[in-house]
Each structure stands twice: as C-alpha cells, then as structure tokens.
Design a binder for this molecule. Structure first.
Ligand SMILES: Cc1cc2nc3c(=O)[nH]c(=O)nc-3n(C[C@H](O)[C@H](O)[C@H](O)COP(=O)(O)OP(=O)(O)OC[C@H]3O[C@@H](n4cnc5c(N)ncnc54)[C@H](O)[C@@H]3O)c2cc1C
Length: 434
C-alpha cells in the first residue's frame, strides 16, 4: 500500500500519523523542523506546545475534559503522553512540555509503520492520500499552495498571542500564596494579589503601554481564546477582574479575604522552576512588558525566561470547504487536520487529527467510516466546522453549546454538564472504534 502523506508533526499530524500506523497503514510524516522553524516553534521535537503548557480542564463537567476522555478511549497518543507527563495544576491537565514532546517524538520515530521525512513541503502532493496538518503558522509557500486549491473561498491570516514565562525564584512569595480556586484539587497556582489602587494603576499602564509593531493586526481579528491581555483590558476597567484577574474563590491567607484582583501563575515545568502568567498573552514591546507587569507586587523583580510574543494564525473557511471527516469536498483524497481547519486549541487539534485518520484508515481498508454523533465532543466539533449554515466562521474551542441539550431538566450547570458528558461517553461506547 502507498503510504499516506501526513504534512506537519504538530499535535494533529502526530495524532493522525499514530492513528493510521496503529491500524497498519503506512505513513510518510513530513515535518520542516528543525531545518525551518515557524516563529512560535523552537524545539526539534514533535507535538511541541507553542504557548501555555496546559491542556485545560480535565473534568467531565467541562467540554474540553470530555473531549480528552473521548480521545483517551480512541487510543490517542497525545493524551497518553500528556497523562504520562502531567504536572500538578488543580483540575487542569498541564504537562512538562519537553518531556511530553520527547515522548511523542520517540513513539512516532520508533513506529515501524511511520517514516519521517524532514524538510519543508512547498506544494501539495499531486497523488495519493494526504492529510495537511501544518497548523496556524503554515509556512508561506505551502499557504499559497493551499490558497490555490480554493480560488473562490476566503483564506484568512491573523495574529495570535503567547504569555510570558517567569522564574519561580524571582517571584516575591511574601506577596503571593499557593492555592487553587475554591481550594479545589491541589494548591498549584501562585496567586499574586492587587489592591484596588494597585489594580487601577496597573490597568492604566497596561492600556497605554507601547505595543510591538505587528502589521495587519486588528483587535477585531483576535479570537477570545488567545486575546492579548492589553486588548482585553481596553474593553473596560473591570474586564480583567471578571477574566484572568478574577479574585473569586481565592482568599488571601494574610487577610482571610478575597483581594481586589489576583494574577495567577501556573507551573510550566515539572521542576516548578518556571511559571507562566495565566491569561497574559501579549504583544507589548518586551521592555514594556517588564515595566508594566512589575507593577504586580509579587512580580516586581520577576525574571523573564520568555516574553510574550505575537504570531500569525492561518485557518480555512472550513464550513464552505470540508466535510464531517475533514476531507476537502470534491477532492476527498485531501484532508486537513488541526488548527488550520478552525478548531481552536491543543486538544481540539488533536481530536481533528484523530477523527480524520480514523476515517481514512477505514476507507483504505474498505470499511464504512465511524460517524461520531453530535452528542460526542469529537463529533460535535467536526459537524460544526463542516456546517455550511455557519457564516463568519471563526476558530472555535470545544464547548457544550455545540452539543445537543439533554431534553430533560437537571438542576445546576455542573450536574447538567456531567450528564451531557455521561451521555456522550455512552454514545461513544456504542461505536466500533477499531
Ligand atoms: C502563538 C500561539 C499561541 C498559542 N497558544 C495556545 C494555547 O495556549 N493553548 C492552546 O490550546 N492552543 C494555543 N495555540 C493554538 C495552537 O497552535 C494549536 O492549538 C495547536 O498547536 C495546533 O496544532 P496543529 O497540529 O494544528 O499545529 P502545530 O502544533 O502548529 O503543528 C504544525 C506543524 O507543521 C509544521 N509545518 C508548518 N508548515 C510546514 C510545511 N510547509 N512543511 C512541513 N511542515 C510544516 C510545523 O513546523 C509544526 O510542527 C496557540 C497558537 C499560537 C500560534
């Protein structure tokens, strides 16, 4: 059998290659790293996390928690490596990013059905089955080739933001304390309180700080999941206090009260030596980041391992182009997976790679596809991105709004979500996932 060509060994491409290979399908995995790096990738490893080290909630009351559990039940490589290399983060699944990517790379490189071919792909292979999973930072020549596939469709570029990393030893723990919100799970976050006066001064500085030059960036083009903190702040003086600086459920042990605002730091490596500033994706100039963020008392002497940066994000107008298996309508030998399809986030990208590869493996062995129903998170995402009635398509995190309601009343949002997840896992259990 001719190998399936998977382009891009990020989260979606690695998962797709794995799902094909474990079903006996030969794969040629093409990756341009380390010869050429996108502006956000720095490591030669596959499955590199370009920003936060959190794969978000791991609880079934949360849609991304459900998506993770579904992936585990589909034999996901990315989830297995994430579970094996988790670092404590309350109810979230955060990972030691280097150990996580190293494990994915090792599994992929050692699989007998996968051949890795290094080097940038600049054209779409003319024959054979192809999965394109080159992510939000697809290199320019390939972006153009993809654009050429769909001359009549919108093909969008815009910018995205990454949060800064600081060393733990530089955080002033006299002004901060360890806790998780509502004391749920283990106390993993470093909480940095601000009084009303400190918050207002910080907000003033943040909203007027100098931004790095980014051509073509517009506030309206930023999607909520990765919005720069300064853009969010400009929406109103209290917006951050209802967003990433929310103090609710965080009592300062010194006062026994919730502070006016709290900046949270989340562990970024297994050793606990590096922390990221949660929700502080930014495109401020680096000296400005240092000046403004040092107004947070616990960060007054913070040392930055990496400053926040801005990046391009490329995605297709998928509802006009793709079907529920992420295949190009009318050119079914071509498939897309990952963030380039407009699913948003690490876990969502993984899920699309998983589904695309499962369908392709079925097709190549003459079997009917697995039709993930809309009640499952994997199915809901695929049906959303291929829904022709969706206009002004924007990248989308998984959420319970994509999944049909229960049809009966359950008291309390968490209970209701838990019930939706229970139904999803039951439906998944009825599918033949081989
Ligand atoms: C700056 C930034 C911050 C982000 N922060 C977060 C976050 O905190 N949380 C979150 O959930 N999501 C975040 N995202 C979204 C994130 O990119 C996706 O969730 C996820 O990485 C997408 O997975 P993917 O497999 O589609 O692409 P990627 O993981 O980007 O993988 C694509 C791979 O394709 C390779 N490639 C590109 N072009 C070519 C080519 N021409 N030939 C060969 N190989 C090529 C790349 O080198 C890369 O290895 C962020 C994105 C950006 C850009």
């Amino acid at each position: 059998m001719e190998p399936v060509i998977v382009i891009g060994a990020g989260l979606a491409g690695s998962e797709a290659a794995w799902q094909l290979a474990r079903r006996g399908i030969p794969v040629e995995l093409r990756e341009m790293k380390p010869e050429k790096m996108t502006p956000a990738h720095h490591s030669p490893s596959f499955g590199e996390l370009v920003c936060s080290n959190s794969l978000r909630s791991d609880q079934l009351e949360n849609a991304v928690g459900l998506l993770k559990e579904e992936l585990r039940r589909c034999g996901s490589l990315i989830m297995a490596c994430a579970d094996a290399h988790r670092v404590e983060a309350g109810g979230a699944l955060a990972v030691d990013r280097e150990a996580f990517a190293a494990a994915i790379t090792e599994q992929i490189r050692n699989h007998p059905n996968i051949t890795v071919k290094e080097g940038e792909v600049t054209e779409i292979p003319r024959e054979g089955q192809v999965i394109i999973a080159t992510g939000p930072l697809t290199s320019e020549p390939l972006s153009q080739a993809i654009g050429g596939l769909f001359p009549d469709s919108k093909y969008l570029n815009f910018f995205d933001a990454a949060a800064p990393l600081v060393t733990f030893e530089s955080v002033d723990m006299d002004s901060a304390w360890f806790a998780s919100r509502y004391d749920r799970g283990t106390p993993d976050y470093v909480n940095c309180p601000l009084s009303q006066e400190e918050y207002e001064a910080f907000w003033q500085a943040l909203t007027t700080a100098q931004e790095a030059e980014v051509h073509g960036f517009e506030d309206s083009g930023v999607f909520e999941g990765c919005m720069p903190v300064e853009v969010m702040a400009r929406r109103g003086v209290d917006t951050l206090r209802y967003g990433p600086l929310k103090p609710v459920g965080l009592k300062d042990p010194k006062t026994g009260k919730e502070p006016y605002a709290v900046v949270q730091l989340r562990r970024d490596n297994a050793q606990g030596s590096i922390y990221n500033i949660v929700g502080f994706q930014t495109h401020l100039r680096w000296p400005e980041q240092k000046r403004v963020f040092s107004m947070i008392p616990a960060l007054k002497n913070a040392q930055y391992v990496r400053y926040g940066v801005m990046h391009r994000n490329t995605f297709l107008d998928s509802p006009r182009l793709l079907d529920r298996y992420y295949r190009v309508r009318g050119q079914e030998r071509l498939m897309f997976a990952g963030q380039i399809t407009g699913v948003e986030g690490y876990v969502e990208s993984t899920a699309s790679g998983c589904l695309a590869a499962m369908e392709l493996a079925r097709r190549l062995s003459g079997r009917d596809p697995v039709n993930f129903p809309r009640e499952t998170a994997i199915g809901a995402m695929a049906l959303y991105i291929s829904d022709e009635s969706v206009v002004n398509f924007q990248p989308m995190n998984v959420n319970f709004g994509l999944i049909p309601q229960l049809g009966y009343r359950v008291k309390g949002k968490r209970n209701k979500n838990a019930e939706i997840s229970k139904r999803a896992l039951e439906k998944l259990g009825e599918l033949d996932l081989t």
